[in-house]
Design a protein. Sequence first.
Length: 85
Amino acid sequence: MLSDSQTLAPDGQPYQLTQLKNAGGMTVTLMDWGATWLSAVLPLKSGKTRELLLGCQTPADYLQQAAYLGLPSAAMPTASLTPAC
C-alpha cells in the first residue's frame, strides 16, 4: 500500500509524506523534506506495535534538533541502486 499526503513544512515550503505498508503490517513513513525516514513500525505477535527508529515526534521538531535522526549521511544515488563495483 502506498499513501501520500501534501503538507507545508515549518518554513512554509510544501513537503510530502509517503507511507508504505506491507502484507505483514509493517509500516514505514518517509518525508521528502530533507529526505527523512520518519517512522518504521513493526507489528509484534502479541498484537502490539514497536517503533524501530529514533526520531522526532513531528516534522516541525526536526528544525530544533542537531542530530542526523532519519537523515541520509552520504550521497544518495538518483538513477540506480546497483553498486558500481
